[in-house]
Each structure stands twice: as structure tokens, then as C-alpha cells.
Design a protein around this ligand. Sequence first.
Ligand code: ADP
Length: 300
Amino acid sequence: DDHQLSDFEKIKVLGHGNGGTVYQVRHRYTGAIYAMKTLTADDPVRRQQISREVDILRRTDSPAVVRCHGVIPTPSGDIALLLEHMDAGSLDSLLSARGRSAVSEPALAGMARQVLLGLSYLHSQQIVHRDIKPGNLLVNSAGEIKIADFGVSRIMRRSLDPCVSYVGTCAYMSPERFDPDSYGVNYDAYAADVWSLGLTVLELHLGHFPLLPPGQRPDWATLMCAICFGELPELPETVSGDFRDFIERCLQKDSSKRWSVAQLLLHPFVDGLEQSESDRAFCELISEPPSPPRGMLVEL
Ligand code: ADP
């Protein structure tokens, strides 16, 4: 892929990340639409982080992971990633657009299955994502969910690797990543992604971050206490036994008791429903509210 920055025109802002703004862009000659994410490489640590993200994007080739179609250096020394455009935004923006009302179980089952397939692929490539959360799960109008944003991901050299560092969004971090001493250093690094997925599914069902009362903006210590020592919230009586069990398997504080991605793909919550039914439920969810305009128009 021999792309140049001048081959693309900006259409609008899709979102803002830590690294910079993400634009929707159009290829001037083919008309193809992409998302362009610029990563600012202003210091050596950041450079290393970017090269890791690019390295991971180049290695991944799965329908369940947002594709990277090119890596273009910018005149200012930054890096522009040309990504597959996901036209329905993130699960986070989807949730906000619905006024954070509860997502139905069949739709969540379809969603969980797709994310588990993505994680299964990544883990088979020795990649731990480490930042699974609603904002990093992107959706398109075909009803596909894909994993995005490898800014803090790791390629594991061996499966037991104490990859402890305070990167990523603390809110979705598993207990063992906060407190490796009490959980042993030889925990399974892949299990952290399962925790984050469980929390994400539960959040979409409850409509708010599950481990804290709605509306609370916690400091770091409160969050850590809630994650490492807090009880799971009471689930509404209306939830099915399969849903309850699925969430409990994902949100085991002891990572060795947490189910693996392979086990969860066979869990009755995910596997019990006809695939077409849960996929249909998820597609309906996407088409429910007429998508409000996200982002703002920028000059072409
Ligand atoms: P950061 O890693 O800095 O948080 P992200 O990669 O998560 O940045 O992107 C920020 C936002 O931009 C996302 O939440 C999403 O709304 C939007 N976005 C990112 N990548 C795409 C894409 N491929 N297609 C559509 N929107 C995207």
C-alpha cells in the first residue's frame, strides 16, 4: 500500500483519542472511505508505543479486528494510520445515543460472540489487547463489531507474562493488573481481556459502569478498591440464568478461575441462541435510533 497523505481528503471528525483526532477521509481517486488516525510521535516513549501499535496492526488480519490499510508518515514526523471505516461508531457512542438504556440479552449475546471471536484471534496471535471497553469496540451498519485501538496492547513472548503496567483505562482493568502481588506474578495475561469484556457486556446491560453507583466520577483509589475488593452489583431479577452465569465467569477476581475465551465461546449465553437470532437482535439495536450526527464538519 503505497499511499500518500495528499491522496486523501478529510470529510469529518469521527472522534478524539489520546493520540489525536480521528477523521473520516476519502481517497481522491478511488472514492474509498477510510478512517484516518494520526498518532503524534513527540517523544521517545510515545514513538515506541506507536511502533508497537503499528506492528500489531500490521500483523492482524481478521474480520473481527479493524483493518489497517496503510501507515503514512506525515511531513511533521507523525504517523497517520489508514483504518477501515466503521460507520456506526463505537459501542460507547451507541450506548449514549440510546440514552444509556439497557441493551437486550439477545443483542448482547450477539455482541459478546463477535468480540470473543476477535479476542480468540488476537490471543491465538499472542496479542493481549489490554484496553477492551465500549469505546474501543467499533460497529458498522452491517452489524459487525470489530476490536480497535492497539495503543496499549502487547505481543506476548510467553503465555505467562507479568505484563503489569498502568496503561489503558483503569476502569476496565482486571484486579490482577492493579495488584499483581496478591494475585501472583504468574497469572495468565490473556485473562485480563476477558475481565474487560465481562465488564463491558454488563455495562451495556445496566446502562452505567457496573462497579460504581451511576454518575460517579471516581478517583484512581476508589476505582481500584471497587475493582479489587468490591462486590459485583446485584443483577436485576429479570436477567436470565445464562446471562448471570456468563458475567460471573468473566468477572472472577481470581484470574485463574476466570473462563478463557475458548470456554466462553461455548457458554450457553453465547452459544445457546441461534447465531442468526442474536445477530439480528444486534443489527436491530444499531438501526434503532436514527444515528445522530457525530462529530462535526471540517473544512475540506
Ligand atoms: P484513542 O486510542 O486515542 O482513544 P481511538 O482509536 O479509540 O483513539 O479513537 C477515538 C475515537 O475515534 C473512537 O472512539 C471512535 O469514535 C473514532 N474512531 C476510531 N477509529 C475509527 C474507525 N476505524 N472508524 C470509525 N471511527 C473510528
